[in-house]
Design a protein around this ligand. Structure first.
Ligand SMILES: [Fe+2]
Ligand SMILES: [Fe+2]
Length: 166
């Protein structure tokens, strides 16, 4: 199996897109199904964001200075997704805003994934060698083992933001 960092991240993206499609196809009243799908979305996004934040993004920032702005923008997009995930994890599928919030999460993350795949991953591939991408991939696979699987609670997230901003 390939350990190429970009291949691994694109595999994750594919799974995430499938879950998004499952949610959109679940139908108006399928509360239970939607609740289950959103659980899977939250887990997939929490793990994926963690390995990007902990390994891929810092590596790219260091090794490909031309992508600095893209990486910083992507961190901010992760933050928006984290907030939505945290809020969703505290909601029930029957709540009035559950479907709307999930739809906004899907829109945001789809856009973000598109930018990663079309705009900056190709530049990363061009700038780094195969061996470097494999090393980064191996480190991401190790990070995946210790990644959190549930979003932080909104109150904990707020504390994190306050700590960063103070
Ligand atoms: Fe990302
Ligand atoms: Fe990603």
């Amino acid at each position: 199996m390939s350990t190429d960092a970009i291949v691994l991240l694109k595999d994750d993206h594919k799974n995430i897109r499938t879950l998004f499609r499952d949610f959109e196809n679940a139908g108006e009243n399928a509360e239970k199904t939607k609740g289950r799908i959103v659980e899977s979305i939250l887990e997939a996004l929490t793990v994926h964001t963690y390995i990007e934040n902990e390994v891929m993004y810092p590596e790219v920032r260091e090794r490909v200075p031309a992508l600095e702005d893209d990486v910083l923008e992507s961190y901010e997009e992760h933050h928006v997704a984290d907030v939505l995930c945290a809020e969703l994890s505290a909601m029930r599928p029957g709540d009035e805003r559950f479907d709307a919030k999930t739809a906004v999460l899907i829109e945001n993350v789809s856009h973000h994934i598109e930018e990663e795949e079309k705009e900056w991953f190709p530049q990363v591939r061009e700038a780094l060698g195969r061996k470097e991408l494999q090393e980064i991939g191996e480190r991401m696979t190790a990070a995946r083992e210790k990644a959190p699987r549930r979003p932080e609670q909104p109150s904990a997230l707020k504390k994190t933001v306050d700590a960063v901003l103070s």
